[in-house]
Write a protein that binds this ligand. Structure first.
Ligand SMILES: Nc1ncnc2c1ncn2[C@@H]1O[C@H](COP(=O)(O)OP(=O)(O)O)[C@@H](O)[C@H]1O
Ligand SMILES: [Mg+2]
Length: 258
């Protein structure tokens, strides 16, 4: 089949094909959450992104590379139909993602907070690194340390992975300053326009075993924001499917068992 023809394939037709029959030309992508600092929003973003991609009709796998297992525990309750794998060390990461990448359109890998060898392995395998970073000049300056491994991986691979910084836990009155844009640019990182605001619903979502767009009216702003963010990060996905799972959104949040 010719590549040009496939570009015109509607996503619903591709989504109907079993993964084994999908033409190789279909873009498969390993997305890694990369910031060697903990508590910056990696797991929150990973769980929301993999669930969103799944609801857009993509086949997905969540690869949890953090010993704390927070994202795989969360997804098992929030979206048990999503395949989850736990990768236990750098060798696992170097060996398994290419195979996983053949099984799914998108592998979303949640990175560890501090394990350098695992982070390095992830960056050697990923196509796109999403770097959540808290929105303050101190945090943005610390990015050069937090992204040293990214630079190494790019040097070794002669380019990839692409990297995008997402400002996370941003206060309400925050304005993106030129300083921050410059700091990210100096590191050859692009800063996405849509930030993830500091909101209680994001912090409540794992406790309710859900994602923000299933949390009803109080999560309305978070829902809009995170969809805008994902469309900005992955414009091809957004443009391939226009209808958004309105019915699924209404599903009530599950209550976590005590
Ligand atoms: N945008 C946000 N607003 C409020 N709390 C958030 C937000 N993003 C993440 N959190 C909370 O901050 C903490 C750290 O987030 P987490 O995703 O676990 O970070 P990491 O995986 O980088 O360690 C968690 O308690 C999470 O619920
Ligand atoms: Mg985490």
């Amino acid at each position: 089949m010719k590549a040009g023809k496939l570009d015109c394939w509607p996503s619903y037709r591709l989504a109907c094909l079993p993964s084994s029959e999908k033409p190789d030309i279909v873009r498969r992508m390993i997305i890694v959450m990369a910031n060697s600092k903990g508590g910056v929003g990696k797991s929150t973003l990973a769980v929301h992104l993999v669930t969103w991609l799944h609801e857009q009709g993509q086949t997905v796998i969540l690869a949890d590379c953090d010993a704390q297992r927070s994202s795989s525990d969360w997804i098992k309750e929030a979206a048990p139909e999503i395949k989850t794998v736990r990768l236990n060390g750098p060798d696992d990461i170097l060996n398994k993602p290419p195979r996983l990448g053949r099984e799914a359109d998108y592998v979303v890998a949640d990175g560890p907070g501090s394990n350098n060898e695992m982070s390095r392995a992830l960056l050697l395998k990923g196509d796109l690194a999403i770097v959540p970073c808290k929105a303050s000049m101190l945090e943005v300056r610390a990015l050069s340390q937090a992204t040293a491994l990214l630079k190494q991986a790019r040097d070794i691979r002669g380019g990839p992975p692409k990297a995008k910084v997402v400002l996370s836990m941003v206060g309400k009155n925050y304005r993106l300053t030129q300083d921050m844009k410059d700091a990210a640019k100096a590191l050859r990182l692009s800063l996405v326009d849509t930030p993830m605001t500091l909101r209680q619903v994001y912090a409540d979502a794992p406790g309710q075993a859900t994602v923000v767009w299933r949390m009803g009216i109080r999560a309305k702003d978070a829902t809009k924001e995170i969809e805008r963010l994902f469309r900005e990060l992955l414009p091809d996905v957004a443009s391939r499917k226009s209808a958004t799972h309105a019915g699924e959104r209404q599903a009530p949040a599950k209550k976590r068992r005590a």
